[in-house]
Design a protein around this ligand. Structure first.
Ligand SMILES: Nc1nc2c(ncn2[C@@H]2O[C@H](COP(=O)(O)OP(=O)(O)OP(=O)(O)O)[C@@H](O)[C@H]2O)c(=O)[nH]1
Ligand SMILES: [Mg+2]
Length: 287
């Protein structure tokens, strides 16, 4: 993992989060819309308890429309407030403000009855590494106030950032661990670049990704790499076809597996193969 989640570290992280939770009225839980199961902290329900929570399905520009709709349906059916967001462009942020205000209406009415008016709604962001916490803080504040990038936990010190509509955001997001002992979760996090590639060798990772895409969205591979995929064709054969099309060949005519798998993984992460959701609600039981 990019963050090493040893038990002591997890305990400390959890305690800090529980302390911060006492200060807020609502929690924004960020998930990666391509892998909403694998990017979820397994203990979040217990940790946040009764605190109102809004699920943000981020990176929705990289996930499929069908997948996005299925997930929205899933959360709607569970009565969990949910919103699709693209943190980079800020799309969906307005919707998040609306949902927050709607969710806080009872709280505001209660305060008004007590004669307390315009008490800011306090919010905080939580999520596993790389899910887009800093990007969303920037999108919410409309300025470059939180550092984004590849170093986890860069921000220090507590501060409230004033947002639109009488909402205040804790500037430090809560970084949570993913489900650490699941192979499926590790692969999904690695495919999306949330953890280092070297959980397995790059060739295996690339092959697994190809296998996954063949299963769900073969047409996208066919179109992107201008290949054919026969029925029951093995992922390795598909990988070979892609390598040949892209000239990933070593002297002597052998396939350069390291190069072709890197290429596919990189193109997947950038959304170049297409918008691909790797987990649907029906996969819930497997993870
Ligand atoms: N395409 C796309 N990329 C996004 C989106 N949101 C964030 N990213 C990218 O995802 C990467 C991680 O984003 P961060 O905001 O740094 O993630 P974080 O959760 O703060 O990560 P840590 O601080 O490491 O825990 C960056 O390269 C972002 O540009 C999105 O909605 N769409
Ligand atoms: Mg960050």
């Amino acid at each position: 993992m990019k963050v090493n989640w040893y038990p002591g570290h997890m305990k400390k992280t959890k305690e800090l989060l529980q302390k911060n939770l006492k200060l807020v009225d609502v929690v924004f839980e960020i998930l990666d819309s391509r892998i909403p199961i694998s990017s979820k902290n397994p203990d979040i329900d217990k940790i946040t308890g009764q605190k109102p929570r809004i699920v943000i399905l981020n990176k929705s520009d990289l996930s499929s429309e069908v997948g996005n709709n299925e997930w929205i349906d899933y959360f709607n059916k569970k009565n969990i407030p949910v919103v699709l967001v693209n943190g980079v462009t800020g799309s969906g942020i307005k919707n998040l403000f609306n949902i927050t205000n709607k969710l806080m209406k009872n709280r505001n009415d209660r305060l008004t009855k007590k004669g307390i008016k315009n008490k800011p709604i306090r919010a905080m962001i939580v999520g596993v590494p790389n899910v887009g916490k800093s990007t969303i803080i920037n999108a919410l504040t409309g300025k470059r106030s939180a550092k984004t990038g590849n170093k986890p936990g860069v921000t220090k010190g507590k501060q409230w950032i004033k947002l639109k509509g009488n909402i205040e955001l804790l500037d430090t997001p809560g970084i949570l661990w993913p489900k650490l002992n699941s192979k499926t979760v590790s692969y999904n996090l690695a495919f999306t670049g949330a953890i280092k590639d070297d959980i397995v060798d790059i060739e295996t990772l690339g092959l697994k990704l190809v296998e996954k895409i063949i299963k769900n969205e073969p047409k996208l591979l066919i179109d992107r790499y201008n290949i054919t995929i026969e029925e029951k064709e093995k992922p390795l054969e598909v990988l070979n076809s892609i390598a040949i099309k892209r000239g990933c060949i070593i002297k002597g005519g052998e396939i350069d597996y390291s190069r072709v798998t890197k290429l596919i993984i990189d193109e997947y992460r950038k959304g170049k193969i297409g918008k691909i959701t790797l987990e649907l609600p029906k996969d819930m039981a497997e993870v």
